[in-house]
Design a protein around this ligand. Structure first.
Ligand SMILES: NC(=O)c1ccc[n+]([C@@H]2O[C@H](COP(=O)([O-])OP(=O)(O)OC[C@H]3O[C@@H](n4cnc5c(N)ncnc54)[C@H](O)[C@@H]3O)[C@@H](O)[C@H]2O)c1
Length: 404
């Protein structure tokens, strides 16, 4: 299908879907639509707190415990589970809301602990298993990003959510940045016209801690293995890619990627420390993503080029974004107006996005709002990351329809 045919088809599909009220990811996820509106809600009695079990008590669990501590009026940590007892003791000391029971076996926790919801903070390859087991035990789930490494696993979670009538929210906290939420809305309202091109990046240093004992290092540093960690793309890129999918507002149709391991001075990893991805969306928009884990920051802001203007994003829409309109955007050389820069103020919050995602989750488990981002919202980001892996392995462009 030519690019023009593809674009026209996409427009027609979008019109039909828009009138049917269906979102982007439900198209990619045909046949696996969880009926969010029929999800059975947790009914909390007046004054009752949402009881949470945390599955996986490593580094990231600290942010989850802190978020629950901030919202102590509404929720508490009622259970902690990790195969390593020392992690349980360490994290228990951080809990200020709740008296958590400790488990080294997740099956036991799911059977015995009196919790409404489970927060899955396990290594990436265990997200599917941990999430589905929690749903089947009747718990709502907040699962860390990436929801899974593969599209098929995300679809299995969506199916399980529908089957068990429990919600799944994904821990891409950037979706809860008030600045980004405002920008997503403004983009839908035509802030820069249709988005034609996005430039997204995550250049930063790695945070790995090496252990002298090779066995301990291998157990704890799962992120260093490509098939478990999934590389800079799943570790960092997935946040930005997820947000750009939201901003661009259409489905990815073609993906290509180059990457690998550059910097062997840092550690012995086979998980890529750098990658460059190009994504074509059904509406014709192009996105380039670049990232590495051996630098001290990227060269500039993420950018969205629209038909009418350019948008420079601050970090998570912090405070302001810049809309830039240039004379040369006018067709056929008509007009030579000045390059206009306008800073637009965006809402901010003293509450960090990792905590804001819990406020949303609290409403979602009670049936007041749909989960956000849901597994379906996150699916295109998983698709792009998986397609990037395929592209690099097979040295070719990958069509979204090939990624199953
Ligand atoms: N949203 C974010 O910004 C963000 C930031 C960092 C990490 N993460 C994600 O959080 C997840 C966890 O990352 P981390 O850095 O905390 O990893 P980690 O290795 O520090 O923690 C994982 C924990 O799970 C435990 N575990 C392993 N198998 C288990 C099992 N079967 N049952 C119970 N516990 C088990 C491990 O012992 C470990 O303590 C990953 O998916 C990662 O991508 C998200």
């Amino acid at each position: 299908m030519s690019y023009e045919e593809q674009t026209r088809r996409s427009f027609l599909v979008r019109s039909v879907l828009a009138s049917a009220g269906l979102g982007l990811a439900s198209r990619i996820c045909k046949g696996a639509d969880a009926p969010q509106t029929f999800i059975s809600a947790a009914s909390l009695k007046p004054g009752e707190k949402l009881r949470i079990g945390i599955l996986g008590c490593g580094n990231r669990s600290q942010a989850h415990i802190q978020a629950v501590n901030h919202l102590a009026e509404h929720m508490e940590v009622a259970a902690l589970c990790d195969i390593l007892p020392e992690k349980l003791e360490e994290k228990k000391k951080m809990v200020k809301s709740g008296e958590p029971r400790l488990y080294t076996d997740s099956t036991k926790m799911l059977k015995e602990a009196d919790v409404h919801a489970v927060v899955v903070v396990l290594p990436n390859t265990l997200h599917r298993e941990g999430t589905i087991a929690s749903l089947e035990a009747g718990k709502h789930v907040l699962c860390e990003k990436p929801l899974t490494l593969k599209v098929a696993d995300t679809k299995a979670i969506i199916d399980a959510s529908g089957r068990t009538q429990r919600i799944v929210q994904v821990g891409t906290q950037s979706r809860h940045s008030p600045g980004y939420a405002a920008l997503a809305q403004k983009l839908r309202e035509g802030l820069i016209g249709p988005v034609l091109y996005g430039v997204a990046q995550t250049f930063r240093a790695d945070w790995v801690k090496l252990y002298p004992d090779p066995e301990e290092d291998s157990q704890k540093n799962w992120r260093m293995r490509q098939d478990e960690g999934g590389s800079v793309v799943y570790e960092m890129g997935i946040h930005t890619i997820d947000v750009f999918n939201w901003f661009i507002g259409d489905e990815p149709v073609e993906i290509t990627c180059l990457g690998g391991v550059h910097n062997r001075k840092l550690q012995n990893r086979d998980s890529w420390d750098h990658a460059g991805i190009v994504v074509r969306y059904a509406n014709g928009a192009l996105m380039t993503y670049g990232g590495n884990l051996y630098s001290c920051g990227g060269p500039g802001p993420d950018i969205l080029f629209g038909e009418n203007a350019t948008l420079q994003l601050g970090s998570r829409g912090a405070g302001e974004a810049i809309v830039r309109k240039c004379a040369y955007w006018r067709p056929y050389g008509k007009g030579t107006g000045p390059d206009k820069m306008e800073a637009i103020k965006l809402p901010t919050s003293k509450t960090d996005p990792s905590t804001l995602q819990y406020l949303h989750f609290l409403d979602a488990v009670q049936g007041k709002k749909p989960a956000f981002p849901s597994a379906r919202d996150h699916l295109p980001a998983v698709l792009i990351a998986q397609a990037a892996q395929m592209s690099l392995a097979e040295r070719r462009h990958i069509k979204a329809s090939e990624v199953t």
